[in-house]
Design a protein around this ligand. Structure first.
Ligand code: NAP
Length: 254
């Protein structure tokens, strides 16, 4: 078999995708499972998690839902421990779960700031902290963080979200420097505007304005992001660490 095709055989790999119950996370779970990985995913809504698990069970690959709130240090640790008990290893951690609580700074409540930072930034710390020990021991691991174009260029009304997403970039680069000698890579994917529940509220006028700024003239699909995840987790990306891969149809080029 060709080296390139073999690189996309993920059998024998165990993965955790946080926030895999819908949207981008769900597409990542499906893609990794299709390539042979055993994929665990979490979310806070157990009903949705069970429904997504039932849906994915009808597709190729092995997937399992574990309810967990990643803003909790303890729940994140227990989540990773459960996977390690069941699989004996965790190869891929995709820190995908994220929320928005938009408001302009004049009106932003402390709770809105805290909620976003606690899930998007601290949640990624919680899961990474829980996962790296076993990765270091095995001298293998791939960390991925879902940031956003907003983390790179800012956005009025999203100071909390932009700060959390910019924070993930510094976090990931630090992981890349700390862990490269242990064969653990850490990278960021910064999506542009992707069609999911998170962007469903954008009104028609704003959507038109947005499309005018995107050279590709379309919003991204969840598969556009899953494709980038697959590449960065594959051995084809073994020499790529500490990077930010922008997947945004050309909205931002830097
Ligand atoms: N959509 C976009 O245009 C876009 C652009 C740039 C970046 N991103 C980033 O990409 C990631 C996925 O976005 P998306 O559009 O797919 O979002 P989404 O459709 O809103 O899905 C978010 C996922 O995160 C989970 N989640 C939320 N809070 C959680 C918590 N405390 N603990 C565990 N899971 C939690 C949700 O499940 P529960 O609700 O059940 O907890 C859900 O599975 C996010 O980090 C987002 O910021 C998205």
């Amino acid at each position: 078999m060709s080296r390139i095709i073999e690189a996309f055989d993920f059998s024998g790999r165990a993965a955790l995708v946080t926030g895999g119950t819908r949207g981008i996370g769900k597409a990542i779970v499906a893609a990794l499972a299709e390539l042979g990985a055993t994929v665990y995913f979490c979310g806070t809504n157990s009903e949705l998690g069970a429904a997504t698990a039932a849906e994915l069970a009808g597709r190729p690959g092995k997937t399992a839902f574990l309810p967990a709130d990643i803003s909790s240090f303890t729940q994140s640790r227990e989540l990773v421990e459960t996977i390690l008990e069941r699989e004996g290893q965790l190869d891929f951690l995709v820190n995908n779960a994220g929320i928005t609580r938009d408001n302009i700074m004049l009106r932003m409540k402390e709770e809105e700031w805290d909620a976003v930072l606690n899930v998007n930034l601290k949640g990624s710390f919680n899961c990474t902290r829980a996962a790296v020990k076993s990765m270091v021991r095995r001298r293998y691991g791939r960390l991925l963080f879902l940031s956003s174009v907003v983390g790179l260029m800012g956005n009025a009304g999203q100071a909390n979200y932009a700060a959390s997403k910019a924070g993930l970039i510094g976090f990931s680069k630090s992981m890349a420097k700390e862990l490269a000698t242990r064969n653990i890579n850490s990278n960021v994917i910064a999506p542009g505007y992707i069609k999911t529940e998170m962007t469903a509220d954008i009104d028609d006028r704003a959507r038109e304005a947005l499309l005018g700024m995107i050279p590709s003239q379309r919003l991204g699909t969840v598969e556009d992001i899953a494709n980038a995840v697959v590449f960065l987790l594959s051995p084809l990306a073994d020499y790529i660490t500490g990077q930010v891969l922008q997947v945004n149809g050309g909205l931002l080029m830097s």
